[in-house]
Design a protein around this ligand. Structure first.
Ligand SMILES: [Zn+2]
Length: 201
């Protein structure tokens, strides 16, 4: 699949800047999720799962880079800055040392659906996935497949409909795929952990 990204190599975020503080927290969150095996890599296969954070009140966001799923620990240099995404063209434009995955469009859709959402988590877990489908959690249509503009549209619609700045969402057309979102990093992690404790392990 064509990932549709354009990569620019710009200078990295400085270690003591405001974005760095957010990225450090976001990296720590990602590393905790890695330890729970909610983010990682399939044996011999691709990495899965990513975390993102809105930049201020803009539609831009930081997201853990494509291919970082294999790393046990990531740091502030492992994030990409998504500056624009285009659903119709299935294209994501990002900046930074690492590139953003095509899943960025799903993160973007959640930010677009509600201005108060500032952190989005995407994890993979077969247990959590089945549990959420079996227990009536918010879900996207089964025919909205991963990486398609339709999925991003579906996600936006569901989050808009739920009309809450915090929640979880199971992506039926994306095997094992689950999203959580919140007003900040702690809020998104909290709603994910609530459902994870019930049915994810
Ligand atoms: Zn995924």
């Amino acid at each position: 699949m064509d990932e549709g990204y354009i990569k620019f190599n710009l200078k990295q975020v400085k270690d003591d800047s405001t974005p760095a503080l957010v990225l450090r927290e976001l990296a720590a969150l990602r590393n905790r999720l890695y330890d729970l095996k909610l983010i990682g890599r399939y044996p011999g296969g691709p990495g899965f799962g990513n975390v993102s954070h809105r930049i201020g009140r803009s539609n831009r966001f930081f997201i853990s880079g494509s291919g970082t799923g294999r790393k046990e620990r990531i740091g502030i240099g492992d994030f990409s800055r998504v500056i624009r995404w285009d659903r119709e063209k299935n294209k994501v434009i990002c900046r930074g040392e690492v590139r953003a995955s095509s899943e960025s469009m799903s993160h973007g859709a959640i930010y677009a659906a509600n201005r108060d959402i500032r952190c989005v988590i995407h994890v993979h877990s077969s247990k959590l996935f089945s549990y959420m489908l079996d227990n009536g959690y918010p879900q996207t249509a089964p025919d909205a497949a991963f990486g398609t503009p339709l999925l991003s549209e579906e996600i936006e619609m569901v989050v808009e409909y739920l009309d809450k700045p915090e929640g979880v969402l199971v992506i039926e057309g994306h095997e094992e795929g689950v999203f959580a979102y919140g007003q900040d990093i702690a809020g998104a992690e909290k709603v994910l952990m609530e459902v994870f404790k019930k049915g994810g392990r």
